[in-house]
Design a binder for this molecule. Structure first.
Ligand code: AMP
Ligand code: MN
Ligand code: MN
Ligand code: MN
Length: 287
């Protein structure tokens, strides 16, 4: 396969400040090696990794986009909104993240207690071992369950212990979409609807979600994700055209050991879609 020389764009990645496994500096080094020229770090509900990533991008000559991925509730469902060019010095935005991170820690502890009571596992100890980084997620706990031999891989950990109807299932209580969008607007971020193809929504419900998202200031849909099927890519591209909204692209990279979403790879927008990069103001270093 010939490698393209045009620098790649990756606007959705995670570091070990949330559920990624690399430090921001390691992530940037990897992005550089893979010919990524524009990179956003978008950890779940925290911006604690941005300073390290920004410094590493300056060294590597990569255009850095400070980002975040916020969890939200829309009509009872969990959805994710990526905020690009987020100004995390805004107090209202920081307060939003702090309150969600406190909820995350409480949820993990509650999952631990349930695993102990209903699953007969040393749940509290497992939850304590999983409470790493700024934003502890269920994926951290899934990895600990694998490490301690309670599951064969993280998918199995979700299927056996953490998913719906499992001993350790604790429903998430994320802020409503309205609240999340207000926090992003306050931080002057460009809101991007994350992985719209992954929600279990009918076409009609997805159109309602996109309508609500745009009404609250949403500017783009993630239309090219690593591992997206051609059918899903067509569906989301059609939505972008129908709503005349920009398209974003990202790998949702978490872990070098997971081969199907390497940084930057497979990412290309369908013809006729307007990339959200056109809305970016410039490199963070110039701000
Ligand atoms: P949380 O935000 O704490 O509910 O954790 C959700 C994170 O766990 C997601 O961002 C995914 O990285 C991961 N995740 C959720 N569901 C699954 C699943 N069924 N299999 C593997 N990873 C999952
Ligand atoms: Mn994640
Ligand atoms: Mn997500
Ligand atoms: Mn993500």
């Amino acid at each position: 396969m010939t490698q393209t020389t045009e620098p790649l764009v990756d606007l959705h990645t995670h570091s070990h400040f949330s559920d990624g496994v690399l430090s921001p500096a390691e992530l940037v080094q990897r992005a550089h090696a893979r010919n990524v020229g524009t990179l956003a770090l978008t950890d779940h509900d925290t911006t604690d990794g941005l300073a390290e990533a920004r410094a590493a991008c300056v060294t590597a000559g990569i255009r850095f986009v400070p980002g975040v991925e916020l969890s939200a509730t829309w009509r009872g469902q969990t959805i994710h909104v990526v905020g690009l060019e987020v100004d995390d010095s805004v107090p209202g935005f920081r307060a939003h993240c702090d309150s969600v991170l406190a909820r995350r820690r409480a949820r993990l502890a509650e999952i631990g207690a349930r695993l102990e009571k209903r699953g007969r596992l040393p749940g509290r100890e497992l939850a304590a071992a999983a409470a790493r980084g700024s934003a502890p997620t269920r994926l951290h706990l899934a990895r600990v369950l694998v490490e301690r031999g309670h599951a064969k891989d993280t998918q199995d950990a979700f299927d056996r212990w953490l998913g719906r109807d499992c001993a350790g299932h604790v429903p998430a209580e994320w802020p409503e979409l309205d609240v999340v969008m207000a926090a992003l607007r306050e931080a002057h971020a460009l809101p991007v609807l994350a992985h719209p193809h992954r929600y279990k929504l009918s076409s009609g419900a997805l159109r309602m979600l996109v309508t609500d998202f745009i009404a609250r200031g949403g500017v783009a849909l993630e239309a090219s994700m690593a591992g997206m099927s051609p059918n899903d890519a067509d569906r989301i591209a059609s939505l972008c055209r129908r709503f005349d909204i920009h398209a974003s692209l990202g790998s949702d990279f978490h872990d070098p050991a997971v081969p199907w979403n390497p940084l930057g790879r497979w990412l290309k927008l369908a013809a006729g879609l307007e990339p959200v990069t056109h809305r970016l103001q410039g490199t963070a270093a110039s701000r």
